[in-house]
Write a new protein. Structure first.
Length: 381
């Protein structure tokens, strides 16, 4: 188990002068030994402050006596100090370092609002007490301020993983995501689209992608003719632009967390969506296709991508408004990732010139080619 270290110089500087005098190294060892045994007539809070300081005394008998006194001091003497709202932070930190083995006292120490985060981080990664784990998971505001506590709990083999789900759900809804804790991805995946949108609304994006956040776009122009756009993308759908600024942005976006990507997918402009629609994470690419900002032109481009996630195709096929757009329907029919049953149903509305191309295509299922040939044959009669 890792030990907490105390900055003795800073601790002594924080102590009131009349209390620090009892732990002064210049005092005779015999006097400090009396203090280390808890035999001085002084308030419990002051006595604890002196004992914490004497635990690092140069003289072994003094330091040993101070540690023993703290380890054996009854809980009913220490608890009032730990639960007193005016107990100073420097003393709470000192007690956290010296009482880390006292599982009977740690929950109260961790409940104090002034206990430093580093005591919580240590307890998360090292304590084996269930009461300590529960206390850490209940302090939602501290977790919001210091989510690394969850990382410590996740990597602590003695922690019940089921205990972590409620605080992780809270953090996800607050827009906080830890890549190092797989439970965050699991919780994200379990959210409905509306919950997901709310969860990432406050996520902080890297400043480098500020230019990708949509502010004003001509939505009507985006939704006009989609045919030219789908044709332009037909040969470049596998790789986005790799030159100059585009390459840098792609690298930055690909390096973001899933929560940041989802946030950008919903708030970003067309350039951001073009990058993120190709993401292998289902949550990210489906957030793009569900974005209220996405245009029919972009949907048509996505519908023809053969490297796109199957769930994106399913969402497009399930949107009646999009299914009325011929370029989107044609793109889906030509995409081998579209379920065959869907393609067979849509091919009946495909124009003859496009049916001819489909009947000769080797990238679509043979059953679809056959259906195109039959429709062409019937049209000639």
């Amino acid at each position: 188990m890792n030990e907490l270290t105390l900055d003795q110089e800073r601790y002594h500087a924080s102590m009131p002068a009349q209390v620090a005098a009892h732990a002064d190294p210049s005092r005779p060892p015999a006097q400090r030994l009396v203090a280390a045994r808890g035999m001085l007539p002084m308030p419990t809070q002051d006595q604890l402050a002196v004992l914490v300081a004497l635990c690092d005394a140069v003289e072994a008998p003094v330091s040993k006596a101070a540690r023993t006194t703290l380890e054996q001091m009854p809980i009913n003497l220490i608890k009032p100090v730990l639960t007193n709202p005016v107990t100073p932070e420097w003393l709470l930190e000192g007690l956290g370092c010296r009482l880390s083995a006292r599982d009977d006292l740690l929950p109260d120490l961790l409940s104090h609002r002034s206990t430093p985060d580093r005591i919580h981080l240590w307890a998360a990664g090292n304590s084996e007490a269930a009461a300590v784990h529960e206390r850490l998971c209940l302090d939602l505001q501290r977790l919001k301020r210091c989510p690394e506590i969850i990382d410590g709990l996740w990597n602590n083999g003695s922690v019940d993983r089921y205990l972590l789900r409620p605080p992780v759900e809270f953090l996800v809804r607050e827009g906080i995501h830890l890549e190092s804790v797989p439970l965050f991805k699991e919780v994200l995946a379990s959210l409905s689209f509306d919950e997901l949108r709310d969860a990432v609304d406050q996520v902080e994006l890297p400043p480098e992608v500020s230019g990708l956040v949509e502010r004003t776009e001509d939505a009507e122009e985006e939704r006009n003719d989609v045919t030219a756009e789908t044709e332009r993308h037909s040969k470049e759908e596998e790789e986005p632009e790799e030159e100059g600024r585009g390459k840098t942005l792609i690298q930055i976006v690909n390096g973001m967390t899933p929560a940041q990507k989802i946030c950008l997918a919903l708030k970003g402009n067309r350039e951001a969506r073009t990058i993120l629609i190709r993401d292998s994470n289902k949550l990210v690419c489906t957030a793009v296709i569900r974005s209220p900002r996405i245009s029919d032109r972009e949907v048509a481009v996505a519908a023809q991508m053969r490297s796109i996630h199957e769930e994106v195709i399913r969402i497009i096929c399930g949107n009646r408004e999009w299914m009325r757009k011929y370029p989107i329907k044609l793109a889906l029919v030509n995409n081998p990732k579209t379920p065959l049953a869907r393609s067979m149903a849509m091919i009946k509305g495909i124009h003859n010139r496009d049916l001819k191309a489909i009947s000769r295509s080797t990238s679509v299922p043979s059953a679809l080619r056959g259906a195109a040939k039959r429709l062409l044959s019937n049209a000639r009669r």
